[in-house]
Ligand binder design. Structure first.
Ligand code: NAP
Length: 349
């Protein structure tokens, strides 16, 4: 490689999230794609022969002729992003960590383990400290995870409100088709329809939210005590998960206090000026009919979460809407931001 950027690999590079990684890492100031991995269906082929480019524009030239490898540690770079099918991620990610790689994963497999950080760097950058505990597994490397794509939207919208004492959360999602990977749902089922079931999504949203907004005390995760009730739906939107959220607090805050909390919310990525950090991670939109996935999801490179329609709730205290890009802020962009935090904290030296 010509530059002195850090070389990175992508496990599951041919899939929906894998392609977002490739897209997101174009011209990254710190990282450079040097290695691609996928299943044995793709291994041994050039990337352009192994997959069809499904994002806007054409396949980036810097990856088109790269050879796709089997997902085995060995000649991969120290830092690997993982976007593998969850059915295979447990063993493969562990093998890479054992062999000394830093695996920055999107998959659900290791998220809830007691020594694995489930990071949203604006919210819980301090949870990275738990990485020390992974040495006890005898690993030379580490595994770091980001949350499920619907959880990240919810937690980013809730984090500014945490100081008010969150007690109960009711959330209903309208999730994009790209969240189901490719080919995902058949067109006949997805078009002009709502599919009111996404396997395992609701329990993931409930438990991951408690872990992310919880505390790390003496090296142990203490989940946030809030109760979360999630209902998840697939809708005919290409990119962007929209969520209606109602919240009960210890004491009902004023409308002005909530708006001010959204607007002033910043985290470690903004303080440290990490390359992929949006300047304002949570953006409140005043318009009565926004945010909308088609109009808002790609703003700020897909890394901000948009909130709007704050109203009093006759059942809980307040209700509002949130929107985030599921394959960027909810997947590839989230993992790249996690890797930037790792580097900023000296873990990649
Ligand atoms: P996808 O489009 O189905 O892609 C799956 C990837 O896994 C492909 O690159 C595939 O390679 C690879 N793979 C399959 N079997 C493998 C094996 N035995 N060994 C190595 N690689 C294998 O799925 P996706 O939507 O990108 O999701 C990838 C992961 O990210 C999943 O764990 C998913 O839950 C998670 N995630 C997805 C989203 C989202 O919005 N889509 C958001 C957050 C997290 P081949 O092409 O060679 O089969």
């Amino acid at each position: 490689m010509s530059s002195n950027k850090i070389e990175v690999g992508i496990l599951g590079a041919t899939g929906m999230v894998g392609q977002q990684f490739i897209n997101f890492l174009q011209d990254h100031p710190w990282f450079e794609i040097a290695w691609l991995g996928a299943s044995d269906r793709s291994a041994g082929k050039k990337y352009r022969e192994a997959t069809y480019w499904r994002l806007d524009g054409v396949m980036p030239a810097n990856v088109a002729d790269l050879m796709v490898n089997e997902c085995k540690p060995g000649n991969a770079p120290k830092l690997v992003f993982s976007a593998m099918d969850a059915s295979v991620a447990t063993e493969i990610e562990r093998a890479f960590a054992e062999a000394g790689h830093f695996v920055v994963s999107n998959s659900r497999n290791h998220r809830m383990e007691p020594d694995v950080p489930l990071l949203v760097p604006e919210i819980n950058a301090g949870h990275l400290k738990v990485l020390d505990r992974q040495a006890a597994r005898g690993w030379k490397g580490r595994i770091i995870t980001n949350p499920n794509c619907s959880t990240v939207v919810l937690t980013m919208a809730l984090a500014p409100l945490k100081p008010f004492g969150i007690r109960k959360v009711m959330v209903t999602t309208m999730q994009a088709l790209s969240g189901a990977g490719h080919p995902g749902h058949p067109a006949y089922d997805a078009n002009a329809n709502v599919i009111p079931f996404i396997r395992n999504e609701e329990p993931k949203m409930e438990s991951e939210t408690q872990k992310i907004l919880g505390e790390l005390i003496d090296g142990n995760f203490v989940p946030h005590p809030m109760k979360v009730s999630a209902s998840c739906n697939r809708v005919p939107v290409l990119d962007g998960h929209t969520e209606t959220i109602a919240v009960e607090f210890d004491e009902k805050p004023s409308r002005e206090a909530i708006l001010s909390a959204f607007r002033s919310f910043r985290g470690v990525p903004q303080e440290r000026n990490l390359p992929s950090a949006p300047p304002c991670p949570v953006i409140y939109m005043e318009e009565e009919d926004r945010p909308q996935p088609r109009r808002d999801v790609n703003r700020f490179h897909g890394m901000a979460v948009f909130v709007g329609r704050l109203r009093e709730c006759p059942v809980l205290h307040w209700k509002f809407l949130a929107l985030g890009h599921n394959t960027v802020r909810g997947a590839a962009g989230a993992a790249v931001l996690n890797a930037e935090l790792l580097r900023a904290e000296g873990w990649l030296d």
